[in-house]
Design a protein around this ligand. Structure first.
Ligand SMILES: [Ca+2]
Length: 179
């Protein structure tokens, strides 16, 4: 009798342990994954004009920064005329809920007057407008935004080079966001 009771007790303990294991496993699978912050460089670009090709062309604004000086350098994008309204649009491989854009400038800083984010439908939304008063060169214009609702795949930059009367060369544009 005692032995049978003991066997029943052991069986109940095993069932309890297994149920506990199952619950623990369920809890683990329900844990929300940590959001991945992704920093990326443009894979393609187009612009209103370019000074040359391949030097100073739009492709020079793709990829990571290459110029570590304030100078006229063919590894950065430059417009054809350097004295009027221009635009530069970058495309990225991974759509992200964007939190920041960083524009790496290597010459003639001060012409950028508007920055917009392009979502997967192609719609552009303005996130910054004004005057880039920081003259640090080479330098980065950082535009921090509340995390976007739409996933972003592009950055559109508007410049007015009549503000500075000179070429505003852009070496790279970094897009930061949550995947
Ligand atoms: Ca470059």
């Amino acid at each position: 009798m005692m032995r049978r009771l003991w066997n029943v007790f052991v069986l109940l303990v095993c069932i309890g342990l297994c149920a506990g294991c199952e619950r623990a496993e369920t809890l683990i699978t329900q844990t929300t994954p940590t959001p991945t912050i992704l920093s990326q460089w443009a894979i393609a670009a187009e612009a209103s004009s370019q000074f040359g090709f391949p030097d100073w062309s739009v492709t020079r604004a793709t990829g990571a920064p290459e110029v570590n000086a304030c100078e006229d350098d063919s590894r950065a994008w430059a417009s054809a005329r350097g004295n009027g309204v221009e635009w530069l649009r970058l495309t990225y491989a991974q759509p992200v809920y964007t939190t920041e854009v960083r524009i790496y400038q290597t010459l003639g800083r001060g012409a950028i007057f508007r920055v917009s984010l392009v979502d997967e439908s192609g719609a552009a939304q303005r996130v910054w407008e004004g005057e880039d008063t920081d003259r640090t060169c080479p330098g980065v214009l950082s535009v921090v935004v509340p995390q976007t609702v739409e996933r972003i795949v592009g950055v559109h930059i508007d410049l007015d080079e009549s503000r500075t009367g000179f070429w505003n060369e852009i070496d790279a544009v970094e897009l930061i966001g949550v995947r």
